[in-house]
Design a protein around this ligand. Sequence first.
Ligand code: FAD
Length: 773
Amino acid sequence: MALGVFICRCGGNISGTVNCEDVRDAVKDMEGVTTAQVTDFLCSKPGLQMIRNAIQRRKLDRVLVACCSPHMHEKMFQNVVEEEGVNRYQLVHVNVREHCSWIHEKGATEKAVNLVKGGVRRALTLEPLQEKEVELCRDVLVIGGGVAGITAALQLSEGGFRVNMVERNPSIGGRMAQLSKTFPTLDCSPCILSPRMAEVENDKNIALYTCAEVVDLTGGPGNYKALIKQKARGVDLDKCLKCGRCTTVCPTGVPNEFEEGLYPRKAIYLPFPQAVPSVYVIDFENCQRCGSCVEACPAKAVNLDDEDKTLELDVGSVIVATGFDLIDDAKLRSYRPEHPGVVNALQVERLIENELTEGKVLTTKDGGRVKGIAYVLCAGSRDPHRGVSYCSAVCCPYSIKQAILLKKYLPYLKIYIYYTDMRMIGRGFEDFYREAREKGIVFIHGRPGDVTPLPNGNLEILVEDIDTGLMFRNEVELVVLSSAMVPPAGAAKLASTLGIALGEDFFIASKHVKLDPISTLRAGIFAAGVATGCKDIHDSVIDARAAASHAANFLGEGRMKLDPFKPVVVGECDGCGLCVEVCPRGAISVEGETPVIDVVSCNGCGACVSACSMGALKLPNYTKEAILEEVKGLVDGADDDVVVIGFYDDNISYTAADNAGTARIHSPTNMRIVRTPSTAILDKDTILKSLGYGADGIMICEVEESHEEELAEKLVDDVRGELEKMGVEPERVFLKPMVLPIFKVLPQFITEFTDTIKKLGKIPEEKREKLLG
Ligand code: FAD
């Protein structure tokens, strides 16, 4: 075996706290190490050339890089070693930046030595692996039919892909369909969106499922199976003539969602004039089943007995474009959202469209004439105490847009805009802002804490203008809340169904915020538009086009390489079926006494491997031997201080630790993380032996509410029971369920757990011997 070790200084990012030369010297004479070198930027051309040269000159058959997170550059390093003839799966990527130099000051070098030693020992266990090529399904699932979903679907269709679009509402269009005009050009929103919606309806490559949601996703990248639940529409899509007679006779009136509750609709209704599909729909929750609509329909299109459907779709890739909702009014109580003179900005869009373009005057919800309007920007945004901590990104420009439009239709209106900071960063936005000031719209630099209803029905706003220090007291008839944009209802459930992560703001997390913003953490699933964070139509469309290109690239010619981390049969099976029971994907079956693995559905979690008491299965390169060799390196020489081994799932927990590193949140050097595809690969013996070899505490981090977390819980219980029998404190083993949004508190959990282990002290030698059995 010939291993080359390459350590990166990362221009001071690593060498600022880690003495890279000391790390090199500590590992250069380890068994199997042929060369150990340090360089400034390993990922640069000269850095990569250094690796290439060493592979050729020293005839290396495996490589270790110690640098940034593997989530950043592992693929690139794998490609380089492969080009030089080394199997890409014999590369070990050790994270000495996010997990070391960025989160420690003292002791970073010593920890880096252990991390690299763990990597070296692991590298020597690795076997060359080959990827398997499989056919994939070239159809795409687009979830959400707003402007982002529509744009992605049409682009994919143009490229010859078949698209299934699933929209939960009875019509596509999303929020853009509700807007009057769009900033900063003031072009008519329905006029630019409706033709695109009609294209979707008429496109032979696009199958549209409205009133529908994805309730399950099985299979794997390239070959997903989506289970869709579609609510009964009650009106036949092909028969409906759109004559509206059903609506006329319907006796039931309820608030119209498209009109943000400002106007009523019937229980059988057309969502809005440009709706796609252009067909009526029954709101079964409010329908009294009187049958008048059935009788009135000349085309016999209405069916009160229509039932919900479940359908299964095969798709290779998924684009999530689920957009946003406005923050719940309950969070904005001090702004009196229940008052007839308080509306949200989407309601103003509908008022402009329905009232002002019709030549009417502006009134409050109870009909009072409006002469003065106050916009409250950042209502719930940038305010973690009563809303969300982020900026909703579009409130400044859309409030200015609405103010300009209101002034255009009703020049007598006095409009005040209360702002925290005016953020007009898009192209042409600053001119737009200037235009508003020229039109006499008054900007007040201050955020009102509340709105006070007055006995005359008006509303009072009292605020100090930060620029002048003057107190402003305004009495207006209408207050407009530019409310925070938040993930839509059910976003967290959908993310867990799809197996993708959410970010700190609870919008969908990107694989890499800067370098791969459209990919999610799951291969073949991409996200676009406001689903990944607040943005305007322009940026949503850019996202959508990028997502369509990513999906097209991913699906390519219809074949894909599967990563080789799938269980293989290596020993005798007694046909007990435990592996089948624990598999979360239904990817393993036992035929006679032979396990059969469906490599496409298998997600490589390793649960079947650890469940098999016969040792009949192994997960290549994540064998018990490989894990324990790494542990031995991580604990090596830690005679004075306790060592905590963290077994982290590679997807969420490892990313959370990366994010904490990027945010430079410090935690004790005692923690050393072992990256596992999922912690389901661990069994009792691996944990006990890790403690036996020198760890003093074990922290398992696994995705919250996942099947793997359930397995980890059981494992921790088992191990604790065993430790108790051996006279070792059970609290040395701890499970932390993880979700990405809480990455900032992960270092705190690490610190608390390390403190617990420090109090318990090191495990005595005689107990370690017992643990090793
Ligand atoms: P959305 O428009 O929210 O569409 C998402 C779609 O997904 C919806 O149809 C929804 O029903 C569907 N969906 C959600 N969850 C599911 C699920 N689980 N299953 C299936 N379907 C689901 N931007 C501008 O550029 N110019 C403007 O003038 C402007 N004015 C605005 C005014 C206001 C008051 C507001 C609040 C925003 C404004 N914006 C404006 C921003 C603009 O609305 C967004 O940029 C745009 O709507 C984003 O499109 P999207 O497709 O990402 O999301």
